[in-house]
Write a protein that binds this ligand. Sequence first.
Ligand SMILES: CC(C)(COP(=O)(O)OP(=O)(O)OC[C@H]1O[C@@H](n2cnc3c(N)ncnc32)[C@H](O)[C@@H]1OP(=O)(O)O)[C@@H](O)C(=O)NCCC(=O)NCCS
Length: 192
Amino acid sequence: MALPSSEPERVPPIRAEDLRIEPFRETADVREFDCDCKELKDFLTTAEVADYEKKNLGKTYLVYWQPEGALVAYFTISSDSLRFDYFKSVKSFSIPGEIRTNTIPGILIGRLAVDNRFKRRDVGTHLLRYIAGLALSAPAAARILFLEAYPSALDFYQRRGFITIEHQKLKKRRNRLIYFDLTTHPDWDGNR
Ligand SMILES: CC(C)(COP(=O)(O)OP(=O)(O)OC[C@H]1O[C@@H](n2cnc3c(N)ncnc32)[C@H](O)[C@@H]1OP(=O)(O)O)[C@@H](O)C(=O)NCCC(=O)NCCS
């Protein structure tokens, strides 16, 4: 007989191929979505998400787990850039003198949230891979993925290769500005 364990029971991971990712549309299931973060829940369940869509400030995608048809996550992305001086001391971002740029282009992950019932089942990890794939195949150049991470989610991102930007101007912020350098991604084609 198995001894009782203090470890929480492991729920089977969700496979990437069982996720269906759809552009946002207003459906009843968004009202049920809960991720223990009021700001992220409110964004999806109030008019805010539709306003972003209408003004093309951020595109939101709903993520369904096909076997149950359940809404498991959502994310919002947009093309954006970060000032080059944030990267001045990062060797891999050093650029030849003849190139003049003030910014590093990328994809901003404005929001990413997994419903409480589906957390810790690899959904967040699959979605970061998916967003990196979008960035790498986008017609417009994207060198980084970036976001402002809540302190509670920082470890999650750091373990997936995101790096915190240390800059005097960012010191007082509660959330941390972090980025993933897409040239470190296995699918990056350095010869393009
Ligand atoms: C942060 C967040 C997006 C992560 O999503 P997620 O789907 O839970 O992430 P994953 O399952 O891919 O990975 C989470 C952890 O669970 C672990 N895990 C994955 N499958 C597991 C399993 N079957 N059993 C136990 N643990 C598991 C992973 O190893 C990972 O741990 P690590 O970060 O210590 O390496 C999600 O928790 C969330 O929505 N949080 C609230 C909102 C938020 O903070 N969003 C980020 C805004 S900055």
